[in-house]
Design a protein around this ligand. Structure first.
Ligand SMILES: Nc1ncnc2c1ncn2[C@@H]1O[C@H](COP(=O)(O)OP(=O)(O)OP(=O)(O)O)[C@@H](O)[C@H]1O
Ligand SMILES: [Mg+2]
Length: 365
């Protein structure tokens, strides 16, 4: 078994399979953040988005990014920041859907001591933290109307006060907002302010779903194959033609995130030094056949159980372990409990079956 380190051979291979012109990044390397992973694409729509980003990044114009879940909205927001003049300044993200209205306001604008019960200390909000940089308002379509009004005021006046405070604070913040909702529908339904929409939508980027740019599927799949193979130091040969056909025909409602997760898992179960076969993918049964799958399924991760085509006990054990690990986010202790064995026994079996995962440092060295 060959362990792959970042050898020259591997890097040359990578350079050869992912053409440079398909890597849209500020500088062509990743910077340790997820945001700065290259935006891999050869589709004309994404290239157009990228050239628009390059034109507007250096201005302070607000940007509204729309697109289905997993299409890369956050990645693109990070890329804008990265190629702007604000690259060395903070990039602060707020998920507007995650917090109830009053908490979101204190999160955004900060509060003074005693502003509300439990406010024992004054706190800076995200607007202040992002001063000089970019504030990424994610899931803006879920923001409450009263918070929308406050954001609008900050955008117009560039000043605000902390909750419970009367000091006027001035900030220089570039706003990038993202949503997977149709904001026009939200405006018509009375859930979103049209005036805020126009403020945010100075530059509008609409990211097409993966199924509308199928030429990107093999390319991005290959990118993630290389990335995850390298991470767990497992050499895989590439995708078998049947596998590529399945991937290309799949509907990808979870878009690139779904593709990424699927490839990560397939690298985990594929035999070292072999091509990735259709049975190594964990496409749900219905999708698998709809996408033209012919082989009988070997594995499934959607339901609580998995099915095996084999009666080979060693193979069944390996699949049960992988399944349990996936269900427990690769936390060995939790997976062991699910499997009804001790963590030590599980660790032994993990070594035996040569199962690897990037979150297990020791194991992948
Ligand atoms: N073109 C691409 N090339 C490489 N990786 C990509 C590309 N587009 C998206 N990704 C990756 O796919 C994953 C999902 O992307 P991201 O989080 O930006 O999606 P999103 O549109 O913000 O999704 P959501 O609406 O669910 O928040 C991330 O891991 C991101 O790095
Ligand atoms: Mg997102």
């Amino acid at each position: 078994m060959t362990n792959i380190t970042a050898t020259e051979e591997f890097e040359q291979f990578e350079a050869a399979t992912i053409p440079k012109e398909a890597l849209q990044t500020g500088a062509g390397k990743n910077y340790g953040f997820d945001y700065h992973y290259p935006l891999v694409s050869r589709s004309p729509e994404i290239k157009e988005i990228y050239s628009l980003i390059k034109k507007v990044a250096k201005s302070n114009a607000s940007i509204l990014i729309t697109g289905e879940t997993g299409t890369g909205k956050e990645l693109i927001a990070g890329l804008v920041q990265f190629i702007s003049d604000r690259a060395n300044k903070p990039f602060i993200k707020v998920n507007c859907a995650a917090l109830p209205e009053n908490l979101l306001e204190s999160e955004l604008f900060g509060h003074e001591r005693g502003a509300f019960t439990g406010a024992f200390q004054s706190r800076q909000g995200k607007f202040e933290q992002a001063d000089g940089g970019t504030l990424f308002l994610d899931e803006i379509g879920d923001m409450h109307l009263t918070t929308q009004a406050k954001i609008l005021r900050v955008l117009q006046e560039k000043t605000f006060s902390r909750l419970g405070g009367n000091r006027t604070i001035k900030v220089d913040v570039r706003i990038i907002a993202a949503t997977n909702k149709d904001l026009w529908e939200e405006i018509e339904a009375g859930n979103f302010r049209a005036d805020l929409y126009y403020r945010l939508n100075v530059v509008s980027l609409t990211i097409p779903p993966l199924r509308q740019r199928r030429e990107d599927i093999p390319l991005i799949a290959e990118f993630f194959r290389l990335k995850f193979s390298r991470e767990i130091r497992k050499k895989t040969l590439g995708f078998a033609p049947e596998t590529l056909e399945l991937l290309t025909n799949h509907s990808w409602h979870g878009n690139i995130r779904e593709l990424r997760n699927l490839i990560e898992r397939s690298i985990l179960v594929t035999e070292e030094g072999k091509s990735i076969m259709p049975s190594d993918l964990s496409l749900p049964g219905k999708e698998y056949f709809a996408a033209g799958g012919k082989d009988r399924r070997q594995r499934g991760i959607d339901e609580g159980m998995f099915s095996c085509k084999t009666l080979n006990l060693t193979q069944i054990e390996k699949e049960a372990i992988v399944k349990a690990l996936e269900m427990k986010n690769f936390v060995q202790k939790d997976a062991a409990e699910l499997l009804g064995i001790s963590p030590r026994a599980l660790n032994y079996k993990i070594q035996f079956h040569n199962i690897r995962h990037s979150s297990w440092k020791k194991n992948s060295e």
